[in-house]
Write a protein that binds this ligand. Structure first.
Ligand code: CA
Ligand code: CA
Length: 146
């Protein structure tokens, strides 16, 4: 039986964390990744649950973004907090989703996550620019595993 750890080596995980750090240098938005094998729940509902479990609703500008992946279900959800949803069009995450989907469908799991994180950072930058005076790393960049 496969485990979540089998999908990413330690090295790959570090590359993804580096991508999160890089993305967060251009935006005040906070990006996190949660990976698990499977859920019986609706994927969107589960992403929302994880978002709250990780206390991602505690950012100052309510601009946390969770990339939730259920590996065995071949499903992922990009969920942004209400500070984002209030100011962006409803198709805001489409480009990020498409990039991730194209990598995932070719089996490039790590690259899909990296490109997704970087794209999310670019999108967020337009609405939530990074501010040298106020920026903090509000949410851990480590990958959460379920
Ligand atoms: Ca930050
Ligand atoms: Ca962070």
């Amino acid at each position: 039986m496969s485990k979540v750890e089998d999908f990413l080596s330690v090295q790959e995980e570090q590359e993804i964390i580096a991508a999160i750090r890089k993305a967060e240098r251009s935006t005040s938005g906070e990006i996190r990744i949660h990976i698990e094998k499977h859920t019986d729940a609706d994927h969107f509902d589960r992403a929302l649950e994880v978002f709250h479990l990780l206390k991602m609703d505690n950012t100052r500008l309510q601009n946390g973004v969770l990339i939730y992946v259920a590996v065995d279900d071949k499903s992922f959800v990009i969920y942004g907090d209400k500070g984002i949803n209030n100011v962006v069009p409803s198709n805001f995450w489409d480009a990020t989703r498409d990039i991730m989907h194209s990598h995932f469908s070719q089996g490039n799991f790590k690259q899909g996550l990296i490109e997704g994180v970087l794209q999310a950072g670019l999108e967020l930058q337009k609405h939530f620019p990074w501010d040298v005076d106020t920026d903090e790393d509000e949410l851990s960049n480590e990958i959460s595993k379920g």
